[in-house]
Design a binder for this molecule. Structure first.
Ligand code: R5P
Length: 291
């Protein structure tokens, strides 16, 4: 088994290789040409080998996607026997439907490309929409990191904690962490304007007074959802507030805004290379992959 850590997931790829018995790492060299075009090269013989390509597609998305495509094509061209791809964060996963007339189905373009290039199996982490798995005919799996969050927060010995999901759709996943911690879980109503992207959070009376609050979302992008939820929880008397997510994209000044709004800590996974990536998903991938 050869593990190929893509340029966007070098630490995660090495962690995965260290956890897998008999896995060999392959170095990948990469560069950007003066005109902006990109180049990767897998520096190990792959003929007849099973390989795992690890490449997340966080911003700059298109850059990381192109590297992913190049890696799959290179592995196929090098006659690897089986190509498994682990893409913890799938770019464009919020474009899983055509919301307005005239829009493309962006996530499907990516799935079709990955499959057409020759991937044999694919894994994601907490994919924004499981509908996307149906765009593949190869086996496509979604790993759920919520138990890892449960473990992380259990060790913090929080006071009467309450988990809050940012919308009804996210509640089911947040409940996994809540069950693990043996604590309560609720959600708030969030709506997003499809034209402006602005979000509205309905003020809801939640019993947060003097409680430690864990907000869990799949993605923190601009931090807007977190900031509004933190402000609501603070105004209702919450104690400490933790902002957690599987994919800490944390665009521009999102970290500042979330902490400034009153969060104690921002916690993400290493799906994204970030200073907030405090939970490693390597053991989760290895456990599910070798099963
Ligand atoms: C959207 O539906 C996702 O689940 C997240 O809530 C969203 O991506 C967060 O975005 P932002 O941090 O920009 O509010």
């Amino acid at each position: 088994m050869i593990i190929i850590p893509g340029p966007a997931s070098q630490i995660l790829g090495v962690e995965i290789a260290k956890l897998m018995k008999d896995a060999i790492l392959s170095p990948v060299s990469f560069k950007t040409f003066p005109d902006g075009e990109i180049y990767v090269r897998i520096e190990r013989e792959l003929k007849g080998e099973q390989v795992v390509i690890v490449q997340s597609t966080y911003p700059p998305q298109d850059y990381h996607l192109m590297q992913l495509y190049q890696l799959i094509d290179a592995a196929r061209g090098a006659e690897a026997k089986k190509i498994t791809v682990f893409v913890p964060y799938l770019a464009y996963s919020r474009q899983d439907k055509k919301f307005l007339i005239g829009e493309p189905l962006s996530s499907k373009i990516i799935c079709n490309t990955i499959e057409n290039l020759g991937a044999n199996e694919i894994f994601f982490l907490d994919i924004h929409s499981e509908l996307i798995l149906n765009f593949f005919t190869i086996p496509a799996h979604n790993l759920i990191a919520l138990e890892l969050f449960g473990k992380y927060f259990k060790e913090l010995a929080l006071s009467n904690p309450l988990i809050i999901a940012p919308d009804k759709g996210a509640l089911k996943k947040a409940q996994i962490a809540a069950q693990f911690m043996n604590t309560e879980c609720t959600y708030i109503e969030k709506t997003r304007d499809r034209h402006t992207g602005n979000i509205t959070i309905e003020i809801k009376e939640i019993n947060v007074k003097n409680r430690d609050i864990i907000l869990i979302d799949d993605i923190i992008s601009t931090g807007g959802t977190m900031v509004k939820t933190i402000e609501m929880a603070k105004s209702q008397g919450a104690n400490r507030i933790y902002a957690a997510c599987s994919h800490p994209l944390l665009i521009e000044n999102a970290k500042y805004r979330i902490l400034q709004a009153g969060a104690t800590e921002i916690i993400g996974t290493n799906s994204v290379d970030s200073e907030c990536a405090k939970i490693s998903i390597a053991p989760l991938f290895v456990e599910k992959f070798v099963k």
